[in-house]
Design a protein around this ligand. Structure first.
Ligand SMILES: [Fe+2]
Length: 209
């Protein structure tokens, strides 16, 4: 079964004024569609791989056939990274902040939400070129509670799953994510991202990790 472009869980204009409708439409219906199509094209050379989840394919790159390995990293990564991105956005609110188990884990790993926000913003602002900044669960051998969280960036469409990390929050810092509204002003886009970050979804992903 070929992978399909997921429906957004909200309308293209639902994240206004923080993320504009035109950017959402192009990003979802053009960019994400292209990653989806090219991911499927790569897998058609080894159709048995359609039976695995894209996440499982990206968790162990060494098991991928060499002739499609980079295509799966690029387009399979682009496919699942955007799937996650749409899910961890939601219509904005000014006093948007994490709660519960997620807040506890953030406080434990970064001392406070403000310190986390500063560190994540710095990471996303200074990521050179195209890529993603992530909040991930770092798996350790012992069952640490609350779970240890880390901030990192990846280039292109590389997934943290390939590094053994489980992403629970992310921002797309490719220019296609913000150029129509913010042009070259990535910090302004990141500031708006905080208003539409879906902390409830991130907390759900933390619990599953
Ligand atoms: Fe993107």
């Amino acid at each position: 079964m070929a992978h399909t472009l997921p429906q957004l869980p909200y309308a293209y204009d639902a994240l206004e004024p923080y993320i504009d409708a035109k950017t959402m439409e192009i990003h979802h219906s053009k960019h994400h569609q292209t990653y989806t199509d090219k991911f499927n094209t790569a897998l058609e050379k080894h159709p048995e791989l359609f039976e695995k989840t894209p996440q499982d394919l990206l968790k162990d790159l060494s098991q991928l056939p060499e002739d499609i390995r980079q295509a799966v990293v690029n387009h399979g990564g682009g496919y699942i990274n955007h799937n996650l991105f749409w899910e961890i956005l939601r219509p904005g609110q000014e006093d948007n902040a994490p709660q519960g188990a997620l807040l506890e884990a953030i406080n434990k790993s970064f001392t406070s939400f403000e310190a986390f926000k500063t560190a994540f913003t710095t990471e996303a602002s200074t990521k050179f070129g195209s890529g993603w900044t992530w909040l991930c669960v770092a798996h350790t051998n012992e069952a640490t509670k609350p779970k240890k969280l880390v901030i990192l960036s990846t280039s292109n469409q590389d997934s943290p799953l390939s590094q053994g990390l489980t992403p629970i929050m992310t921002i797309d810092v490719w220019e296609h994510a913000y150029y129509l509204k913010h042009q070259n002003r990535r910090p302004e886009y990141i500031e708006n991202f905080w208003k539409v970050a879906n902390w409830a979804k991130a907390e759900e992903l933390l619990k599953q990790a």
